[in-house]
Design a protein around this ligand. Sequence first.
Ligand SMILES: NC(=O)c1ccc[n+]([C@@H]2O[C@H](COP(=O)([O-])OP(=O)(O)OC[C@H]3O[C@@H](n4cnc5c(N)ncnc54)[C@H](OP(=O)(O)O)[C@@H]3O)[C@@H](O)[C@H]2O)c1
Length: 268
Amino acid sequence: MEMLDLTGRVAIITGGGTGIGATTARLFAEHGADVVLSGRKVERLQSTAEEITAQTGRRAIAVQTDVREDDQVQHMIDRTINEFGQLDILINNAGGAYMFPTKDTPPDRFRNAIELNLTSAYLCAHAALPHLLKSQHASIVSMSSAAGVQGVKGGSAYSAGKAGLQMFTRVIAAEWGPKGVRANAIAVGGVASEGALRSWERFGMDADSMGAEVPLRRVGYPIDIANGALFFCSEMSSWITGQTLSIDGGPRGLGGLTDDALWPEDSE
Ligand SMILES: NC(=O)c1ccc[n+]([C@@H]2O[C@H](COP(=O)([O-])OP(=O)(O)OC[C@H]3O[C@@H](n4cnc5c(N)ncnc54)[C@H](OP(=O)(O)O)[C@@H]3O)[C@@H](O)[C@H]2O)c1
């Protein structure tokens, strides 16, 4: 447990009011960190922050931020330093999928997906860097997607943005590693957050039908991803940087023998 201890550290979690971000913020606070939650909808951020403080006793604050806007990102960093005097961890979690045929995708939608899923990580990391350089435990984790590894039809901008996020992570890890700042990414598979459940429903899918396609036979839960983020921000991963870890229940879409051929006893 000592290797996973975050006592004395301050973490910003973008998109921290809901889903994977809120679960990550809660887990970090349970391990001793003070947390800053950012996002656009301030009521949701505030209620999550209050819950975290009530449950863990750690300080949690809400900072309204649109991560596509550089002045708002700078305000998020300044507010963190004013409140806590330091910044050790940045979780680039805010993001979202825009699913549409590429031929019908207007330029502003494409640009927006790239700004939300890729440029935002640059804005946050760039503004955080002067403070991360003063930390003994500086770590950046960015939430990418399985869509950024294998691609997804209808999500050209989202997939490209998330793939770009992985390469951004690799490059800053090489540039900032000599100064003690680590950066890693998580390629998130299908995780039953509220946002994901809503978008699966639009495509006639639910957690059961999504989970049936996964080698480990279930969808993920936000805590599966939060555990990976904790690993990347703790001493457990102190010699790991520049990596993208798939947390997705296993590889999908492989050819070859069917499950019935591999496990005939199951169909008897
Ligand atoms: N769940 C999955 O199956 C899955 C799969 C692959 C990747 N991911 C990635 O995991 C991350 C978290 O997703 P989730 O499933 O937890 O969904 P979610 O609950 O919808 O979380 C997305 C968060 O991002 C925030 N956000 C969106 N646009 C923003 C903006 N412009 N500025 C600031 N914050 C913004 C939202 O808050 P506001 O609306 O208040 O701004 C929300 O809190 C995302 O990057 C997503 O792409 C999820």
